[in-house]
Design a protein around this ligand. Sequence first.
Ligand SMILES: Cc1cc2nc3c(=O)[nH]c(=O)nc-3n(C[C@H](O)[C@H](O)[C@H](O)COP(=O)(O)O)c2cc1C
Length: 405
Amino acid sequence: MADLRVNFAGLKLENPFIVASSELTNTVEKIKLAEKHGAGAAITKLCFLDIPFYAKPYHIVEKRAGFFSPSGDRLTVEKAQRLVDGAKKQTKIAIIANMMGPGGDLEGWAKLAKKLEDAGADMIEMNMSCPNIGLMAKQIGIETSKEMGAVLGRNPDMAREVTRAVSEAVRIPVMAKMTPEANTQVVAAECAKGGAAAVSAINCPQSLPSVDIFNGGKPIYPNTDNHSFAGLCGPWIRPLAYRHVAQIRMKSPDLPIAGGGGLASWRHVVEMIMYGATVPTFCTILYLKGFEILGKFKKKLVEYMDRMGYETLDAFRGMALEHIVTPDKVKYNNIIPRVDKDRCNGCGVCTGIGSCMVMDLKDGKAAVVRKDECYGCGVCYWLCPKDAIVMVNEESGEKVNLPAF
Ligand SMILES: Cc1cc2nc3c(=O)[nH]c(=O)nc-3n(C[C@H](O)[C@H](O)[C@H](O)COP(=O)(O)O)c2cc1C
């Protein structure tokens, strides 16, 4: 049977499933629940020496469009120490402490990390990626004294020096969390130079949710009177996360990566590892479905690995990278759609595609016409509600197997 154990930057994990830092991990009870349902490690909620401002957690969920988190309930260092200590005593999983030091004050970063190490943390995760602290002020020209959150994570030199200060202050491994608002390839490589044992990618990009269009454009969720740029997370950022992880892996082949952002199924876990992640992390999917979903992912991952003959995660890690080329090197195959007349109900979805005029309805059923004009782009295949379109290789006539999403 597949072996899910993994050595992540020196942490020996029973399985690679890591619960990302958030309100999912701000109490010992929740971390115990995460362990019960199969997490291999948990990253505790962000803590500070001095919490910069009061923030109450709230979320805006636009179904099939986004999960926005403009805020969060951050911990004092004392509370984080109690949390780490309690979680270490009451669970067997690895406990990673997420923290943010005071901007470029290296001593402050080192002091905070040391306190968390003393509390028993197995690893430090340096949060240089929060989209809700510091970045917006910088963007709209408000002077702030400290380079906080994603502001720091966009500055490779400062990120490296902060990493150096923290790595030198503690004996446990240190991980730097990347913001997708930065060139993460460069920032991750600089953090590795500063002593990072690993990086995690990605934190939330900045975004803005819908507004109340019948009420002067006010926030749609009236628990606040106004709002700020919000972190966007969940399935909507998954392709962005894949890109960042792949780019980091390409530049830093030996740097362990905790890859997360939008992972919502066992298949996404495999994809993230194939793009080069060492371990996957989960946040929004657990908000939406609960910790129980981890057990399902684990079962399915083992089934998949057994089916494919992969004994460990190493067997397929980074596999997808060799298929990534620059746009001018993309090789094309002649793939065209073929309609299964028995399945087609003539709904006409495929004839309404704005960019394509090759499908027509004939006798109430769709038929591929003007083959010479068909690019084989696949949009009709992905849209067909009846799965009545198969893509075939034009030369051989053979059906192309595509995953169903
Ligand atoms: C409500 C909420 C709170 C979060 N709090 C933190 C935090 O304290 N520290 C941190 O580094 N990331 C935090 N994050 C970011 C997540 O850890 C994760 O990196 C991000 O949400 C992307 O993963 P996902 O798409 O699986 O949610 C938070 C995310 C959410 C949704």
